[in-house]
Write a protein that binds this ligand. Structure first.
Ligand code: PRP
Length: 208
């Protein structure tokens, strides 16, 4: 049996991902909340796991150093790599949205140039382009809600999960772009060369 390597996204999806793997008896050995270790083997030594920054998960899978990646659809869309996206895990559900101060609604929905702050420049530019709207995209790396607050941008394109961050900063959703959730991605060569092992894992993860 070939060894299967997983690239797992650190952060908000990590706990849910480990629960799903646990369900199919795949357990990274010694992985604890406060651990700084990055690579783990499973207790039965059949699997290896990397913990990576979410935006790097598609890269590891694309290059084939990980056979399987578990990451949010937001990251998959933003990275735009040629991967086999095969399973919606139905966890980590949230939405990609345009958000702004309520008083900016007409400006955002109108035809004037607007400034958009986002961690997702590719998703944002594609969306506005598809609507023929003129925008200047300003890339930020986190806490993008600061964009409109400090006057850097008119709105943001970002993920909204509970809505708490928007609410606490006086912002609201102006438009929903798409639904998001955690997905399983597979390297296009691995799906052929390790078909049996990977199919078994996918079936297990898919089961209710
Ligand atoms: C994400 C996102 C929002 C927030 C949304 O940020 O960029 O800021 O979570 O969640 P909510 O609707 O439940 O409030 P994250 O916590 O990943 O950190 P970041 O701002 O540093 O990117």
């Amino acid at each position: 049996m070939s060894r299967i390597t997983f690239a797992l996204a650190k952060g908000r999806l990590a706990k849910k991902t480990l629960e799903i793997l646990e369900k199919i008896n795949i357990r990274p050995l010694d992985l604890t909340d406060d651990s700084r270790k990055l690579v783990f083997n499973s207790s039965d030594d059949k699997y290896t796991f990397f913990l990576a920054k979410p935006s790097d998960v598609p890269t590891y899978v694309d290059y084939g150093v990980a056979d399987i990646g578990i990451v949010g659809l937001d990251t998959i869309l933003e990275e735009g790599r040629d991967l086999y996206e095969c399973l919606d895990l139905n966890v980590g559900k949230c939405k990609m949205c345009i958000a702004a101060y309520p008083k900016k609604r007409d400006l955002i929905l109108g035809n004037e140039w607007i400034k958009v702050a986002t961690k997702y420049p590719n998703i944002a530019s594609k969306y506005f382009e598809s609507k023929n709207r003129k925008v200047e995209i300003i890339k930020l790396n986190g806490s993008v809600e600061l964009g409109p607050i400090v006057g850097l941008s008119d709105c943001i394109v970002d993920i909204v999960e509970s809505g708490k961050t928007l609410k606490e900063n006086g912002l609201e959703v102006i438009e929903e772009i798409c639904d998001l959730s955690a997905r399983v991605i597979v390297n296009k060569v691995s799906i052929k060369t390790k078909y049996e092992e990977i199919s078994k894992i996918l079936k297990g993860m898919e089961a209710p």
